[in-house]
Design a protein around this ligand. Structure first.
Ligand SMILES: [Zn+2]
Length: 282
């Protein structure tokens, strides 16, 4: 079990694990809760320390229900970034039904925070200048399942807010820290070019193909409103249907692995190099 943050040139699964543990120590973080607010402060503090400009976007999907997305950019404030890296930070359930959401919530957030540290290093300046980090509120539905009216509140609002100023691409992370996870990118709402880039990255890193797969279907997740608006999206999401931990109290730190978080982080860095690394002067 890692004990303290390390300063490395590349993505550290240990650091991401520590972020995940610190976030979970706040308890369940459903939208509107005090723990949700505390985690927003944690995200802000961690990113500002690395030189990111953090902005909190408050919105009200319906009267009396305030939600908050967190955005961060590196360097100049102006201009739409080509690539959006996102996750959701709210966790499922309210009151005594609230779950900890170590994987379904904190894992993507932990990877994004560690990516924030790595991207802030001078050798990654070019990548960082083309990226915006977004932490969505309200991904989880109030009812049992996400529907066209319930859930994805943060991402739906964000697409609407941006209007014409949408990024070209988006990589969304959800449930990316479970030990021995199987990622299944939903092919039906992923452009073929993004599927190819994903397979190329898995291959380049020598990750096991049986655990980094394509899912022949689609998911309601935060990439969806962006995909529908024409953004080239890639949703990295672990198999969860039929899993005995999903949306239960078993989704706690015992299922999280630093190795698994490390693989996800390395894969995202590889994708960023492939998608943003070549000279793009436009
Ligand atoms: Zn969920």
């Amino acid at each position: 079990m890692p004990q303290r943050m390390e300063v490395t040139e590349t993505f550290s699964g240990n650091n991401a694990y520590l972020h995940c543990a610190k976030i979970c120590a706040l308890g369940p973080r459903p939208t509107g809760s005090a723990a949700y607010a505390a985690q927003v402060e944690y995200v802000k503090e961690q990113l500002e320390r690395e030189g990111w400009r953090v902005k909190i976007e408050e919105f009200e999907p319906y009267p009396g229900r305030k939600m908050r997305n967190v955005h961060a950019v590196f360097g100049e404030e102006n201009g739409t970034r080509k690539m959006l890296l996102s996750c959701h930070i709210d966790t499922k359930g309210q009151g005594n039904k609230a779950i900890l959401g170590a994987d379904d919530g904190a894992s993507g957030e932990a990877v994004l925070l560690e990516l924030g540290r790595v991207l802030a290093r001078p050798q990654n300046a070019r990548l960082a200048a083309n990226v915006e980090l977004v932490f969505f509120d309200g991904e989880e539905s109030f009812g049992e399942r996400i529907t066209p009216e319930d859930g994805l509140f943060g991402s739906r609002y964000d697409v609407e807010r941006r209007g014409e100023s949408l990024p070209d691409m988006m990589i969304n992370l959800d449930m990316v820290g479970g030990a021995g996870k199987t990622i299944g990118v939903p092919v039906w709402d992923t452009p073929p070019g993004m599927c190819e880039q994903y397979c190329k990255a898995v291959d380049a890193l020598g990750l096991p193909e049986e655990r980094w797969t394509l899912h022949f279907g689609s998911f309601w997740d935060d990439h969806r409103p962006f995909a529908e608006a024409g953004v080239e999206t890639l949703n990295l999401i672990a198999s969860f249907k039929g899993a005995n931990w999903w949306h239960t109290q078993r989704d706690n730190m015992s299922r999280i692995s630093a190795t698994s978080l490390g693989e996800t982080g390395a894969l995202v860095m590889q994708l960023l190099h492939q998608l943003l690394g070549v000279d793009q002067s436009s």
